[in-house]
Ligand binder design. Sequence first.
Ligand code: 1PW
Length: 214
Amino acid sequence: MAAAQGAFSLREVLAAFQACVTEQREVLLGPYLCGWRGLVRFLNGLGAIFSFISKDAVAKIQIMESYCGGERREEYRTLQAMVRYELSGGLVDLQRRSAHPDSGCRTVLRLHRALKWLQLFLEGLRTARQDASTSAICTDSYNASLAAYHPWVVRKAAAVAFCALPSRDAFLEVMNVGGPEEAVEMLGDALPHIRDVYGITQELYEQHRLLDLP
Ligand code: 1PW
């Protein structure tokens, strides 16, 4: 089962987020999107109820993949290059979505905010007791991060989906890395890399005042 096609393994995601950060502390978009693809597979493994959540992430990943595979792919090799290119070319809508509704900058910002949720959720999962409620962990991490950016209707739908989350052990099993202890250990290895990628992105966006892009 662990090798089933399309099955999520936390190992892949670990490797992708680890491979994101270059020696110059730049974030490579290729592995970043690869990591996101892994996360989406993970979400899909949690059941159909999560498909509305993964659908938007997939749409955003696709937008970014088309930039990364497009004519201007050199400008989209790293997050830093993308920000430079889009800002200097006036390719980002700063006040409201109009001429450039799907800029790389605003699209990555949505994924970046969602990554915070994931980070908090996995941290909660890692440190929780065996009998802890994953729904509560998920709700708390969502409320502490992404919820602030979502309208009421999305928050309600998310709350319903969270109720359907399996137990902590079942959850760790979906991660496909072995027993619960192994999964917890793997989370301990993976999280610093996710935190690192999040931190670099946050700093970059702060510097360029991009954290509130419409
Ligand atoms: C179990 C923990 C998993 C964390 C995975 C993170 C996936 C997050 C996707 C949440 C999507 C909720 C529904 C979509 C909302 C969009 O309106 C919103 N997108 C996101 C990613 O927050 C904003 O995008 P928009 O409307 O400005 O294009």
